[in-house]
Design a protein around this ligand. Sequence first.
Ligand SMILES: [Zn+2]
Length: 429
Amino acid sequence: MATFDILVKGGTLPDGTVKDIGITGGLIAAMGDLTGSDAGEVIDAAGDLVSPPFVDPHFHMDATLSYGTPRINASGTLLEGIALWGELKQQATVDEMVDRALAYCDWAVSMGLLAVRSHVDTCDDTLKGVEAMLQVREAVKPYLDLQLVAFPQDGFYRDPTAKANTLRALDMGVDIVGGIPHFERTMADGAASVRELCEIAADRGLLVDLHCDETDDPHSRHIESLAYETQRLGLQGRVAGSHLTSMHSMDNYYVSKLLPLIAEAEIAAIPNPLINITLQGRHDSYPKRRGLTRVKEMQAQGITVGWGQDCVRDPWYSLGTADMLDVAFMGLHVAQMTSPAEMQRCFTMVTEENAKIMHLTGYGLAPGNTASLVVLDAGSAIEALRLRPDRLCVISKGKVVSRQARNDARLTLAGRPGSVRRRHKISEG
Ligand SMILES: [Zn+2]
């Protein structure tokens, strides 16, 4: 008879199979029918969804939970957000940034979000944000995997000290090379920044994740340079393009040439549906563009696409709760991914596909992997998207890190049931 530290009993996995999960020493020790096993702690997940943890491949933890400081974004545009952040980052202190980020990580853990890739602004000679986020990365390491991207927010060339500061940030231990080619002064500067940033990554053996073409301008084609440089430098599988919103507005013939280039370079795409639908199209009258990149079309070419969250309560976005199901829900709607297979795909985009983009090791529900998982008050992955339900239990690296009581609504209607959960059992074929 096997003995585990923790036994999660009877949960339904995202693929629809029902399995017990035995956890020992921080790893998944066994899966299947583990009836008769002993455990220090048994978690009854019968009828509930047991998922690998949520993963967010695009976030800004240095700015999170700062909404309204120094004031709100009146125009709702990306550019006003960048200007506001420029003021805020002058005032912010290391301690205050650490406090905000740690508070956000608490939210994330409660939502079963246990891996986050955060860009950190390197356009500040003091590199306060970098110092703060390195502290946070260390502090949350026991329960949350935080990857940091050196992000020259004001332009690698456009800001006079960005290049030196970005290199310093990488020297200090920031993990990944970032950039913002569409914010440089000219298209030529943007392309040159892509080239130099990819060379820095190749030299240092680092991954690349650029904010790329986050604009409604169909002529913003830095993704083409990114695909070219990725090939030239042999960085296939190590590069991500975040946003890629200009692709929404590009000429169809050009896109038919572009997508195979992205696929060939094995570049992953990270659209951020909550933010893209909010910030893009602000200069349009009607019809108004959605500003989301071409998700289904990229997937049809074999390109890995993951949903990112980008912002929670910051100069660009006033809402957000660290719930990757909210992100997937918005993405599902805006990209019209409404068939059962597409909805299921939206769930894997905020779990397995994001884990792949972040090169996480030991991720996923399989024996030998890290024992990190989430128990959700839903019967399936698709139902989880519909309900965005409570996370009943979150386990990170073999330890229970969050619990929430099942919270059914109580009805007081004569002749009707006393409580309601909004679960709906139908075939999702
Ligand atoms: Zn971003």
